[in-house]
Design a protein around this ligand. Structure first.
Ligand code: ADP
Length: 785
């Protein structure tokens, strides 16, 4: 059988199995519905407890005895206790009880003997005033005897004997469950649903560090469901200490308006926060005062509950009203679904009130529960929609950000090439002995060009960080070289501005460590550069020390401190954000892009370090960087400051240029301008230069002339630098097989050196070419100079 046929067959079998399973399920449902609702059969426990049509006798203050049945009210003026009597049935089964509903103290006597006593004062936290079914256990011998119950008088003037059940405890328990099944079912369903949503919101809250509106609603709905469970008459069946349940039901109901109010407040995005605060304070005050009154036995919850009810009503009206107003008057249509949910909830609450006022009602609270469930479903739906919209927006924004980053990276790369030419040519002008005016113009071009190049490099660096392409290249470096280099560079800048440059370099620093020297230098120079930039007078201090972690690792502690303009407390949060420049009135005249610290902090983070800033506005700033480094030579560096500004440095802190007289160098680049710049700069170094414009030309030249160094551009049309070099290896007649090849690149990405060395180059030079670098790299590759 062919593959498609087999697939069709498989689908056919799957369909048959699925249809059979559905038929089985349907059959089960039909049997259940028919058996439960259409087949006449009494419940197992129905005969175990029955409503007992009791006739109570009450003797009034006038001495006349009258008889009353269930729910027949009578006046009980001027007495402390209400005493009712009745005659027990002629036959009493084993284990039978009378079940009487009471919300007050009750004493039950049979033939004058006290059989059961229930006191509200048993409650540990104030009086429990919630109704409860009290069982009065009967004996066979009680048949036909007199039952007397004594209750305190209600503050109302009328007394209504309530329903009484006769039967055994199991039968009565089943009756309670049966009468309240809807509310129990809905209550537990809401608790489960609400708990799941609350947990999801909690996880989101921890992960995303923001509160979802749904969090409040789920808490409110959960609270309401707990209240529904606590408040119906089955609670003694489920809970151990029913007095606590009774009190807790009141405590919960007083708090419930708050989460709903908070939910609405977050849905309308805090637009009406004054009313929100006012109502919240009222809810808290209501809770505290009423609880105190009850616990201190001054006023029971039943007596004071009216205030809570009024407050809950006001909050409910406000919630529904403000949603309607905000959605339809203020035009925030995005909330119309939730407004509809609240309206449905309100309608069901009204239905509940009507239901509670019917002569016979069970499952009290079921309408409210259904309303809560609808509200929660609607709110979840709204939240899910909001989250998926947000996701789509985030994706869109990420795409846009990615496009921007790529654009920036490309642009800065493109700009670097012409700047290379400008700066190179300018360098040539500066090196030629021209008149003073021309020299001044050329100097201006150099400083503006260098500033532009720094900005472009920052943008390039930043886009690399954003794209996650900023790699850290850890290699061994000499601590004194790194620090001396930094000090040499920065001394000149501090000097130019007339600032004291205070150096405090610990003598105990290890001599050699492993880390990314280039990035480390970038971090420190950025901070020192800022310190100089933002300090009009006074000093800039640079301190380096180390803390040993173990034998092989240290924390490098770097501090850069200035006596400059400082940073406002309110600006500190924005300090490390990209493109953020602070305190515009004072920094507008100072050059900067607001990228430096963003790059610095990211570099420190990538190198597993930390950076912090302490600043006092108006008096100065200190940046502290802590970076872990691996020690390869723990010998203390000693006092390196005395030796600074030496080794290959001239008076201005520039490295002395190499003298390349007699050195034959070939430069290969497709750009005419770049060739001119390279030739010019090498000319300054007195080298003997030859140029060519393509890889193919080079392959020809290397068979004719022996060069000491070949500078080979990477990006060239047709045959790029790497390919050219590879071809040269097998090129017949090549007399330059052992010549060092140095790659020229405009895009100095992380790991560039490794990449070029792997491809057979001896080193690389990044464009725009600087004469010092050119001289340094050639010097390093021509050991005899
Ligand atoms: P830039 O210096 O290019 O504006 P940075 O990211 O390096 O960008 O710095 C961001 C902002 O932080 C600066 O614009 C400046 O307002 C403030 N800032 C940085 N360093 C200091 C400092 N040492 N003293 C005062 N303000 C500083």
């Amino acid at each position: 059988m062919s593959n498609p046929d087999r697939e069709l067959n498989r689908q056919k079998y799957e369909r048959i199995i699925r249809t059979c399973l559905c038929a089985c399920l349907l059959f089960t449902v039909i049997i259940y519905v028919y058996g439960q609702f259409f087949v006449k059969n009494k419940s197992l426990y129905a005969s175990e407890s029955e409503l007992y049509d009791v006739v109570w006798t009450y003797t009034g203050t006038d001495g006349v005895s009258r008889q009353y049945r269930t729910n027949e009210g009578f006046s009980v003026k001027d007495v402390d206790d209400v005493v009712l009597t009745t005659t027990l049935p002629d036959e009493i089964g084993d284990g039978n009880c009378l079940f009487i509903l009471t919300g007050k103290d009750l004493d039950a006597y049979i033939d004058g003997e006290l059989r059961n006593s229930y006191k509200l004062s048993y409650a540990p936290f104030g009086k429990n005033v919630k109704g409860v079914w009290i069982p009065i256990t009967l004996r066979r011998t009680d048949a036909g005897k007199e039952l007397k119950i004594v209750r305190p008088n209600y503050w109302l003037d009328d007394f209504y004997p309530g329903k009484v059940y006769l039967g055994n405890r199991l039968g009565f328990a089943m009756r309670l469950i049966h009468d309240n099944i809807m509310i129990l079912f809905l209550g537990f369903a809401i608790i489960t649903f609400g708990t799941v949503i609350t947990i999801i919101c909690l996880i989101q809250r921890i992960r995303e560090k923001r509160v979802f509106p749904l969090w409040y609603l789920s808490l409110g709905v959960l609270g309401s469901a707990i209240w529904l469970i606590l408040d119906n008459f089955t609670y003694p069946l489920f809970f151990r200490n029913y007095f606590v349940d009774g009190i807790c039901a009141y405590l919960v109901i007083m708090m419930i308006p708050f989460p709903f109010l908070s939910y609405i407040n977050s849905i309308v995005e805090n637009r009406y926060h004054r009313v929100y605060y006012f109502l919240s304070i009222l809810i808290i005050a209501d809770f505290v005062i009423l609880t105190f009154l009850d616990f201190a036995d001054i006023a029971d919850f039943t007596d004071t509950m009216l205030f809570s009810n009024i407050l809950a009503g006001v909050v409910a009206l406000y919630c529904v009203g403000i949603m309607e107003y905000d959605t339809y008057v203020k035009g925030h249509r995005e909330n119309s679904l939730i407004t509809g949910g609240f309206a449905a909830f309100a309608v069901l609450c009204i239905a509940e009130i009507i239901h509670l006022n019917l002569p016979v009602h069970t499952n009290d609270g079921a309408f409210v529960a259904a309303g809560l469930l609808i509200l929660l479903i609607v709110a979840v739906n709204q939240e899910v929609r909001r989250i998926s919209d947000l996701r789509a927006e985030t994706l869109e924004a990420q795409k846009a950000n990615q496009a921007k980053t790529t654009f920036l990276a490309n642009m800065s790369h493109e700009i670097r090439t012409p700047i290379n030419a400008i700066l190179g040519m300018d360098e040539l002008i500066l090196r030629e002995d021209t008149d003073e005016k021309v020299h001044e113009y050329a100097s201006n071009i150099k400083s503006a060009g260098t500033a532009l190049l720094e900005i472009i490099s920052d943008v390039l660096d930043f886009s690399k960080i954003e794209q996650g392409r900023m790699d850290i290249i850890n290699d061994e470096y000499e601590t004194n070289v790194l620090i001396n280099n930094i000090i040499t560079m920065m001394s000149v800048k501090a000097d130019e501005k007339g600032l004291d440059f205070i150096k405090d370099i610990s003598h105990e620093l290890p001599s050699k460590m492993i880390g990314d020297e280039k990035r480390l230098r970038e971090v420190v120079i950025n901070l020192l550069g800022n310190a100089v930039k933002y300090t009009p007078k006074g000093s800039v201090s640079f301190a380096v020390s180390s803390d040993a972690i173990d034998d092989d690792h240290v924390q490098l502690l770097i501090s850069v401190k200035d006596t400059g303009i400082g940073i406002k407390e309110s600006d500190k949060d924005k300090l490390f954000e990209r493109f953020e420049r602070l305190d515009h009135s004072r920094t507008a005249s100072i050059e900067g892009t607001g990228l430096g610290l963003a790059i610095t902090s990211n570099l420190v983070r990538i190198m597993n370090g930390t950076i912090e800033c302490n600043s006092t506005y108006g008096s100065g700033t200190e940046f502290k960087v802590v970076l872990p480094q691996t020690v390869t030579d723990a010998t203390p560096i000693g006092d390196i400051l005395s030796g600074a500004l030496t080794s290959n440095m001239d008076d201005e802190g520039h490295e002395e240029l190499a003298d390349l007289s007699g050195v034959k160098i070939l430069v290969v680049d497709d750009s005419k301008m770049n060739l001119k710049v390279a030739a010019g700069l090498l000319g300054v170094l007195k080298a003997d230069v030859e140029t060519c414009k393509s890889g193919a030309e080079m392959l020809d030249l290397i068979t004719k002339t022996k060069y000491d160094v070949i500078l080979l551009d990477h990006m060239m049309p047709q045959m790029d630098g790497i390919e050219t070099l590879q071809k040269s290896r097998t090129h017949p007649g090549n007399i330059n097989a052992d010549t060092p090849y140095i790659a020229l690149t405009a895009n100095a990405i992380a790991g560039a050196r490794e990449m070029y060395i792997e491809n057979g180059f001896s080193d690389y030079l990044s464009k725009p070419m600087k004469i010092e670098e050119l001289s340094g790299v050639i010097r390093a590759n021509l050991k005899h100079i």
